[in-house]
Every structure is written in structure tokens, then in C-alpha cells.
Write a protein that binds this ligand. Structure first.
Ligand code: GDP
Length: 478
């Protein structure tokens, strides 16, 4: 039995370069495309602190899934789920806000007042559901958990600014996910708007408008005045019709966790997007590593509701803890099996955590044994909700370079506490809060330790600062 270095690395979810490095330490020179024998491969696996995965453990999970699938029936057309992406400041949030404002019938109780991670609106072409966390960081964090929640990506490009780096990244992400793209050329109200320039630039990424002989629908809009938004919604509706999106309406619900947070007095508050079936109050929900009965269910208008069908987002109470954004959820009838799967997943999560730590330790060793010219930027990160936490972790993860490694030594949801400060102090880490503040004990502690706590409310702001900190840490050129 032989395996290539690249395949082995992929199965352990590590970089091929790490395997070749380790092989070199073991006295074996191998390139990524070279094959190695089983004995060597096993050694590598053990050295990297991995355990073999027992495939049979997932059988109970599969049984639950099968039971849910068997109970579903009455396949119907379902609304499309849309994510808005694009470069920072091109108007993603403004567009989401404008649609929310204008598409809720006046007089309807309250309008959309709650942030539950998604909302749905009625249009002439039916219901459309928007995920409320714009940007590709959240999109790819969900996808990395296997949750394909988005049917259509709306790419916002400011007509006065044109294609920018995150525009290109968004195109790449949508392509990688196989999700169709609709372009919204925004800020058309500005005198400096130049939509033809945008069209031109987009063709370099092979995004070509239908007018120009391509197949990407495009709308010219202003998120400020509302102009063109009806046309954009029309394009989304048309695209959805083309895709013939369907889901069973009856039977046990399944779907994906879009956000979760802990709230004082309410416990875990979890937003779910139903993908199949109908979720009802009182249902037993298994989400990620947690399960519980749905005690209460509300929509984005803050109204209590009793049931929710495909593509409809809801906020539920009743889970004992917060499952990760992007986790799949299932309604189950067998509490014993739910517990079994929850336990199994908890263990698996713990093992994977341990694996990651081992890997980090190993990396450390290499670094110390090696050239010794690598710096680390340690980070302690706290955020308001799991969704932003995962988006940030995914983004931070990509920042490491050969010279400076970004290392998140602790992260979590909730205010910055005294123990966060202590940890950051002892590990010489920078302390970052995203949409959260430090509590008073933490602030006192930070004051005495003369430590800086930095607060952010924009993902890119945080990422840019970390980048700047990294370049400050680069070893000076000799
Ligand atoms: P995001 O970073 O992509 O979410 O962008 P925002 O929605 O926060 O918008 C960035 C800035 O552009 C804000 O100051 C908005 O008021 C402004 N903006 C957004 N859309 C429009 C538009 O259609 N016209 C004009 N004139 N300004 C806009």
C-alpha cells in the first residue's frame, strides 16, 4: 500500500509542506507528489497526533438522518436563500437595510426589528430570504462546515469604485461553491458612477452581463434611494425559478444553524434556517452537539410563531447551549438517539480540538528546532455571536505568512472577562473584542497590567489591524 504525500496531508487536513518537513526530520526526502509506504505513513500520522477515525461511529447519525428523510413528503417550490457579498463599503449593509425597510408592508406589526441572522420578504415573484451577515467570510465559514445555505449570491459593486480585491474574492467563493451570481451595480445615484467601467472590469473575471452576451444578470441600483431594487428582486426571483428550488413541506424539519448566542435569562438563543420539512414548537431539535425541545419560536418581526417551513428563518429557545453557526440541525423523535449522537459529536469535537493543539505543539517544536526566525502574533478574541467568531477565525487563519504566524490562543462568545486579560497577559497576546466590551473587572485588570484592549465592529477593520501588527513584527531587513 502506497500513498502520496499530498494525499496523506489532505486526509489529515494539514499542509503538504508540513508532511515533507516532518519526513525530512525523519531522514526521508520526499516531494509532495512522491509516494511513501504504509509504515512510514502510519509514523507520520502518529507523529502528527492524529487518531484513525472510526467510520462505524457515524451510523447512529445516519440512522437519524434516514428517519427524517423517510418522514418528509409533499415536495413544493421553496423560496431562494440569498447572501450579499462584495467589497467593504460598496453598500452590502445598506442594501440589506433598504430591502428590509421597503419590502415590509406598511402597517405590518413592527416591521423587521429583530436581528436573527436572516429575514424574508414578499415580492411580486414570491418570497425571498436574505442571510443578514454580508460578506464572504461568513459564507465560507458556513461552507467549511458543509452547510450549503445559500442558493444565490448577490455581488454588490459600487459604480464609483469598481472591482476591488474583495469583489474578486467573492466571485471566487461563489464559483467554488457553484452558487449563481447576480451583480448589483450600486451607488448609481452618485454623479461619479461609471457602470460601464464596472462591467468592463468584471469581464476580466469572466463575469459578463447578459447585455454583453454573457449569462450573469445585472441590475443597476441605489441602496440609498431604492432605485433599481425592485428590478434586482425580480432578477433574483427569475434566477430562483430557473433553478427550480424545491423542498418537502411536510415532515420533520432539517436545516442549518445561522447564528447562536447566550442571553441572560433566556439561555441559548439560536437562529435556524429550515431547509426541508416544517419546524414546530415543541419539536425535539438536534443541532451540532446539542439537543433540546423548542420552547419558543419567533420570526424576524419578533412575533411568536408555531411553525416554519422551507427557507424560513426562525429564532428558537430551548437548546441547552449554543451550537456553532453552520451546524446542521434535525428534528428527531428518539431522545435516546439524540443523546447518543450529541455525546458522540462532543467527543469527536474534543478529539479534534486535541488534535489541533497537538499539531500546534508540533509546529512549535519545528519552529524552535528550525531556523528560529519565525514570529508569532498571539491573539485572544471575543465576539458577540458564534457567526462572527467563526468568520473571524476563518479570516485570521488565512493571514499567517512564513515569517509571522497568527495564533488565536483563545476565543469565545461574550464580553471580555478578567480571565481573558490574564491569559492574554501571560501569553503576550493582543486582546481583541468584536462587538463586545470588557466588563469592569477586566478593564481594571487591563489597566493595572497596562494592557491595550482593542474593540471592533467591522470584520475588515480587525483584520487590517492584525495585518498591520504583523508587518510591525516582521524582522528588520539586514
Ligand atoms: P458595506 O461595507 O458593503 O456593508 O457598505 P455600507 O452599506 O456600510 O455602505 C458604505 C457607505 O456607502 C455608507 O456610507 C453608505 O451610506 C454608502 N452607500 C451605500 N449605498 C449607497 C448608494 O447607493 N448611494 C450612495 N450615495 N451611498 C451609498
Amino acid at each position: 500500500e502506497q500513498i502520496t504525500v499530498a494525499d496523506l496531508a489532505q486526509r489529515m487536513a494539514v499542509k503538504a509542506r508540513e508532511v515533507t518537513k516532518l519526513l525530512m526530520k525523519m531522514g526521508e526526502m520526499a516531494r509532495e507528489s512522491d509516494t511513501i509506504d504504509q509504515a512510514t505513513a502510519s509514523l507520520v500520522v502518529e507523529e502528527m497526533g492524529h487518531n484513525p477515525v472510526l467510520v462505524s461511529d457515524t451510523k447512529v447519525e445516519d440512522d437519524l438522518q434516514d428517519a427524517v428523510d423517510e418522514r418528509s413528503s409533499n415536495v413544493q417550490t421553496r423560496p431562494p436563500v440569498v447572501t450579499i457579498m462584495g467589497h467593504v463599503d460598496h453598500g452590502k449593509t445598506s442594501l440589506l437595510d433598504k430591502i428590509r425597510e421597503t419590502k415590509v408592508a406598511t402597517g405590518e406589526a413592527g416591521g423587521i426589528t429583530q436581528h436573527i441572522g436572516a429575514y424574508h420578504v414578499e415580492t411580486d415573484r414570491g418570497v425571498i430570504t436574505f442571510l443578514d451577515t454580508p460578506g464572504h467570510a461568513a459564507f465560507s465559514a458556513m461552507r467549511s462546515r458543509g452547510a450549503q445555505a445559500t442558493d444565490i449570491v448577490v455581488l454588490v459593486v459600487a459604480a464609483d469604485d469598481g472591482m476591488m480585491p474583495q469583489t474578486e474574492e467573492a466571485i471566487d467563493h461563489a464559483r467554488a461553491a457553484g452558487t449563481p451570481l447576480i451583480v448589483a451595480i450600486n451607488k448609481m445615484d452618485k454623479p461619479s458612477a461609471d457602470p460601464d467601467r464596472v462591467l468592463n472590469e468584471l469581464t476580466t473575471k469572466e463575469v459578463v452581463s447578459e447585455d454583453w452576451g454573457g449569462d450573469t444578470p445585472m441590475a443597476r441600483i441605489s441602496a440609498k434611494t431604492g432605485d433599481g431594487i425592485d428590478e434586482l428582486l425580480e432578477l433574483i426571483g427569475l434566477q430562483a425559478e430557473l433553478m427550480e428550488l424545491e423542498a418537502p413541506l411536510d415532515g420533520a424539519a432539517q436545516g442549518v444553524v445561522i447564528e447562536s448566542k447566550l442571553e441572560k435569562g433566556r439561555g441559548a438563543v439560536v437562529s435556524l434556517l429550515v431547509k426541508k420539512g416544517t419546524l414546530k414548537q415543541g419539536d425535539l431539535v438536534l443541532a451540532g452537539e446539542h439537543y433540546g425541545k423548542v420552547r419558543a419560536m419567533t420570526d424576524e418581526r419578533g412575533q411568536r410563531i408555531k411553525s416554519a417551513g422551507p427557507s424560513i428563518p426562525v429564532e428558537i429557545l430551548g437548546l441547552p447551549e449554543t451550537p456553532a453557526a453552520g451546524s446542521e440541525f434535525l428534528v428527531v423523535t428518539d431522545e435516546k438517539k439524540a443523546r447518543e449522537v450529541a455525546d458522540f459529536r462532543t467527543n469527536r469535537e474534543r478529539e479534534q480540538q486535541l488534535e489541533r493543539q497537538n499539531k500546534m505543539r508540533l509546529e512549535n517544536m519545528f519552529e524552535q528546532m528550525g531556523q528560529g526566525d519565525v514570529s508569532f502574533l498571539n491573539i485572544v478574541l471575543k465576539t458577540d455571536v458564534r457567526g462572527s467568531l467563526e468568520a473571524l477565525l476563518a479570516a485570521l487563519n488565512e493571514l499567517s505568512t512564513d515569517e509571522v504566524k497568527v495564533r488565536v490562543i483563545s476565543s469565545g462568545v461574550g464580553p471580555i472577562s478578567e480571565s481573558d486579560v490574564t491569559l492574554a497577559e501571560s501569553s503576550e497576546a493582543v486582546l481583541l473584542g468584536f462587538n463586545v466590551r470588557a466588563d469592569s473587572a477586566a478593564r481594571r485588570k487591563a489597566d493595572t497590567a497596562d494592557m491595550d484592549i482593542r474593540y471592533y465592529s467591522v470584520i475588515y477593520g480587525l483584520i487590517d489591524d492584525v495585518k498591520a501588527a504583523m508587518s510591525g513584527m516582521l524582522a528588520p531587513e539586514h
